[in-house]
Design a protein around this ligand. Structure first.
Ligand SMILES: [Zn+2]
Length: 244
């Protein structure tokens, strides 16, 4: 896997602290996704990358993937609506093993509608769990949400969400991720990128096959809080293989 330099990595993980950088790109107008690659020299992957995310997940091959041994409880540090997404930062201490490496959960955040598609299907909401290893390489676990019964984890988040954008609120409390994961732990795996500038490649993507439910009201609250769609358009596969 490609190495991600600390300089490139610091941008997305520093969302909560870097108000200046986060205003330099958007999902609309002349700083929209098709322009990201022109906005900064360091963001060239956004235009020139060959293994970009998100993708439409189709025709997976059998990859004999190990079960996901993820811990479904964590300690939430803070919550913010940074104008690009709603993000929860977590305390260290939630890690899992993949490819004989330890990956530590750093934060999770949301996209509405979903960024990845599954067999051409888009979903109203997608959550991204961002994990890093000691070399600052990344694994993103994605879960799709569909309309159904109310989701306890989302309820807690919506209740804690600050009214104003870019206002970080401390949480310092245990947080169960259980209701943000499906019962069925099968997933797709492929190589991709960050879906926001700098669009760095070498990210391992694990997308859960089964969606989880959230109520129509919760889905509408998310869309309302974000004020605009925050999904990057689908990117070409360029021969990448998807395993399952
Ligand atoms: Zn994301």
């Amino acid at each position: 896997m490609q190495k991600i330099t600390t300089a490139l990595l610091s941008l997305p993980l520093a969302w909560t602290t870097s108000a200046l950088a986060e205003n330099q790109w958007s999902y609309e107008g002349n700083t929209s996704p098709e322009h990201w690659g022109e906005l900064s020299k360091q963001w060239f992957f956004c235009n020139k990358g060959m293994y970009q995310s998100p993708i439409d997940i189709r025709n997976p091959i059998a990859g004999n993937l190990p079960p996901l041994n993820f811990k479904f409880s964590t300690r939430a540090k803070s919550i913010i609506n940074n104008g690009h997404t709603i993000q929860i930062a977590v305390e260290d201490g939630n890690s899992f093993m993949l490819d004989r490496q330890r990956w530590e959960l750093k934060q999770f955040h949301f996209h509405t509608p979903s960024e990845n598609h599954i067999n051409g299907q888009s979903f109203p909401l997608e959550v991204h769990f961002v994990q890093a290893n000691s070399d600052n390489e990344l694994v993103v676990i994605a879960v799709m949400l569909v309309a159904g019964k109310a989701n306890p984890a989302l309820e807690m988040m919506l209740a804690a969400l600050p009214q104003q954008q870019n206002q970080e609120k401390a949480l310092n409390q245990p947080f169960s991720l259980e209701s943000l994961f499906p019962q069925d732990k099968h997933y797709y795996r492929f190589s991709g990128s960050l879906t926001t500038p700098p669009c760095t490649e070498g990210v391992i993507w694990l997308v859960m096959k089964q969606p989880v439910e959230a109520s129509e009201t919760q889905l509408a609250h998310f869309a309302q809080a974000l004020r605009h769609a925050n999904n990057r358009p689908l990117q070409p596969l360029h021969g990448r293989q998807i395993t399952q």
